[in-house]
Every structure is written in C-alpha cells, then in structure tokens.
Design a protein around this ligand. Sequence first.
Ligand code: ZN
Ligand code: ZN
Ligand code: ZN
Ligand code: ZN
Ligand code: ZN
Length: 238
Amino acid sequence: MASPELATQSGGYDVELFVDPPDYELICSICQGVLRCPVRTACHHIFCKKCILQWLKRQETCPCCRKPVNHNLIFIIFKLKKSIGRLKIKCKNEICGCTDTFPLSEQFSHSLCCQFELIQCPNQGCRAQLLRRDLDTHTRLCEHWRQPCRMGCGTILSHSTEAQHNCYQQLKQEYEARQRNHRAIATALQRKMKRMQSTMAHVKRQIGLICESLDVIDGLQEAEESSGCSSGSSSVVL
Ligand SMILES: [Zn+2]
Ligand SMILES: [Zn+2]
Ligand SMILES: [Zn+2]
Ligand SMILES: [Zn+2]
Ligand SMILES: [Zn+2]
C-alpha cells in the first residue's frame, strides 16, 4: 500500500483512503491512484493531469493506446472531478486514531480541525510537534507560552512568572495605603480646627472681659463728670 503522501507525489489519491473501493474507471493507469484533476486526451483516455504531463515529458504517445498525444488537446473533466470529490474517504490520520469519514472535497477543511492532525506548537520559539488534541495539555506546560496579564496591567507573563504575578493584590495594597494616609491627614486637620476653635473662644472671652472693663470705666467717668458739675470743679484727676 502506497502512503497518501507518495500517491500525492505521483498524481492520484491513494485507493486505500476511500471508504468504498473506487470504480475501475476512476483509476489512473499511470499512477494506479484515484484520478486527481482528471484530464481527457484526444484518444479519449483519462489520466490525472499531473501524471500525463509528466509522462509526455518523456514520450509523446498515450500510455494506453500508443497514439500520439497533442498537448493542446488535453482537457480537464470538471464533472468527473466533482463526482470524485463527493466520494467518501477516511481521515489520513486514521492510524493515529481519527475515525471520521467525509467527502474527498472536504479533506482540507477536516485537516484544519482534525484532533489527530500533527501540528506545530503555535507559541513562538517552541519547536514541539504534537497532535491537535494534546495542544491544551502542552500549552499548560509549554515554556514558550506568553500572554498579557488578564487584569490588563500590560505585563507579559510566562508560566513561571504567572504564579507570582498579582498586580491586583499590589494595586489593592497601594490603594489601602493611600486611604490610610488620607485618613491620617483628615484627623490632623480636625485636631487643628478644634485647637483654632478653642483659641477663638478664648479670644472672644478676653474681648468680652475688655469690653466689660471699658464699660465700668465709662460708667465711672460719667458718674464723676456729673458729680463734678454739681460741685463746680472742672478738673479730673485720674
Ligand atoms: Zn495518476
Ligand atoms: Zn489513448
Ligand atoms: Zn481526522
Ligand atoms: Zn510549545
Ligand atoms: Zn497584571
């Protein structure tokens, strides 16, 4: 049995790839594979396009009937190409465990999601090759894994730095420290205000006392003045 890769190189699709054995008319007589991009020569024989072009480089006669082949009279049979595309095939990764079957035309799209496809680790710098289904497990351990912090602080983290990184905790601590500082300032201001208030009250009391004593002096003067008038004396001795 030829491997699918070998069959590709020689032209047609590997017969073993098909779920049901393909019809005899669908087999290319040059590569013995299923016709890939089938073309018809003027002598009505059908081959893979690649196979017949390679054949004609060596000799210009049909490999089936030995008639001369004109390069300009070879045509792709699109209808046949389409119906071959509808044939069901097995996944080329069947040997690794994939049991999916699908039309030949969907081979490429299946390879993009096949869990048994051999892929390269997508992390830059990592050379690991693995089955797609093992990617999650590998990513959890891959030394080349890099991702920006999910909290949005902008730090690029690897698996080794991710465990210690806690920008949220740091921010919280900084915020709490600032809050403590603000509270201390507020308390100091309150104390200052109380001191000022008591100083003001003291000053008010002093002014009150001064005003009271001024009133007493005024009263005395008035009393003296009125008594001086009646006695006839005009001089006041303080
Ligand atoms: Zn062929
Ligand atoms: Zn022929
Ligand atoms: Zn598959
Ligand atoms: Zn990796
Ligand atoms: Zn962060």
